[in-house]
Design a protein. Structure first.
Length: 145
């Protein structure tokens, strides 16, 4: 038995040792906004925040999270980035979008006015198979508009 703090709420879990944070978020807690694509730490679809730091939840063992605060895309539903992604039409299939927004939220928290280069650098781990990068960059650059 271990606890997990997700989006400000504490959950008592009985997760088997060795399970990933991503699988527990989706299957045990029902927060399916966090996507699993490669499941190997390559694509960024599963990105969540751990104490504000973007983290690949598919390769994070749930028992290593401890008392760190997990923030998923559901916890960012009121973040202005959600609206700016819609405004910029920054998605096609949308599968990468939760991870993109989670990573972008950490960037703008640390640097509210990033340059295009800084956006590219900070989001390099978030792959978009649809190639929506120009619009994703636009969404992040205009998040406060
Ligand atoms: S699903 Fe976690 S990095 Fe691809
Ligand atoms: S919008 Fe389809 S993978 Fe990014």
């Amino acid at each position: 038995m271990s606890d997990l703090i997700v989006n400000g709420q504490r959950y008592a879990l009985d997760a088997q040792v060795g399970r990933s944070l991503a699988s527990v978020l989706r299957e045990d807690i029902g927060l399916i906004g966090t996507k699993i694509a490669c499941n190997e730490g390559h694509c960024g679809a599963c990105t969540v925040l751990l104490d504000g730091v973007p983290t690949l939840s598919c390769i994070t063992l749930v028992h290593t999270v401890g008392e760190r605060e997990v923030t998923t895309i559901e916890g960012l539903r009121d973040h202005p980035l959600v609206e700016s992604f819609v405004r910029a039409d920054a998605l096609q299939c949308g599968f990468c979008t939760p991870g993109q927004i989670v990573s972008a939220s950490a960037l703008v928290e640390a640097n509210p006015h990033p340059s295009r280069e800084e956006v590219r650098h900070a989001m390099a781990g978030n792959i978009c198979r649809c190639g929506a990068y120009p619009k994703i960059e636009e969404a992040v650059l205009t998040w406060q508009d």
